[in-house]
Design a protein around this ligand. Structure first.
Ligand SMILES: *Cc1c(COP(=O)(O)O)cnc(C)c1O
Length: 239
């Protein structure tokens, strides 16, 4: 990953937020896109609830967590205090957590297998809640990483929509670490276009400007906003 951004030193502060917003605006300008075409999803894993209050006060409304349990511990209290927050699940989801995920999240970025589709469809119906869904594509075909393989993505999109009736809106990817992300971003953009999907969740702290130039509608940015994580988060691998 091309990592040229300076990581602000203090976890839990929002010292990086203004810079991230500026970088997003500049990337949108370069790409000839309106700034509101990009949603900043603040990746808040490992940031304690109280440390998120300054970010919320600074107008950040959309947050991404990568573990259901951590999100359940942190967010209900914050959502009560600050109505109108939007919560995204950006990490892998086990089918046995589908009920909790559907109850808590507004958007799920990590749909990647038929068993999970079935569990989500059942929970959406049971709870009459319909989180917007992204399908995660393992664009680098990395064995340890979550996501459908690129060759299987078109058929999987059809299955999600046709067989399970899921509200699929877009595609998500995490390019392999240490590789230029551009080919992965452009592959994902082409895949979304040919499947009639409008949304692209791609780009993290090291490469979100590049992702925007390739059409990202959702960038998931953590350390560039909150500082380097104080302790390691769960890796974005397959459950
Ligand atoms: C943590 C995480 C991010 C954000 O990573 P940063 O490099 O800190 O910006 C994005 N996507 C997923 C799936 C993550 O788990």
């Amino acid at each position: 990953m091309s990592s040229t951004h300076p990581i602000p030193p203090s976890p839990g502060r929002v010292s990086g937020l203004e810079q991230v917003r500026g970088t997003i605006a500049a990337a949108c300008a370069r790409a000839g896109r309106p700034p509101e075409s990009v949603t900043l999803v603040a990746a808040s894993k490992t940031v304690p609830a109280e440390a998120l209050v300054p970010a919320i006060d600074a107008g950040l409304r959309v947050y991404g967590e990568n573990r259901v349990q951590e999100a359940q511990e942190k967010w209900p209290g914050l959502q009560e205090r600050f109505p109108g927050l939007e919560l995204h699940l950006i990490g892998p989801l086990q089918s046995n957590k589908a009920r909790d995920a559907v109850a808590l999240f507004d958007v799920i970025h990590s749909v990647d297998r038929p068993s999970l589709c079935r569990a989500l469809a059942r929970q959406c119906a049971a709870q009459d809640r319909h989180p917007r869904l992204f399908i995660q594509v393992n664009t680098g075909a990395e064995p340890q990483k979550a996501g459908v393989l690129p060759d299987e993505a078109d058929a999987f999109v059809d299955t999600c929509r046709g067989v399970h009736g899921l509200d699929v809106r877009g595609l998500m990817c995490i390019p392999p670490a240490g590789e230029p992300p551009e080919p992965h971003f452009s592959t994902l953009a082409k895949m979304a276009a040919r499947n009639g999907l409008d949304l692209l969740s791609m780009g993290m702290s090291g490469d979100y400007a590049t992702a925007i130039e390739h059409g990202a509608t959702h960038v998931r940015v953590g350390s560039a906003i909150f500082g380097a994580r104080a302790y390691p988060a769960a890796q974005p691998t397959h459950p």
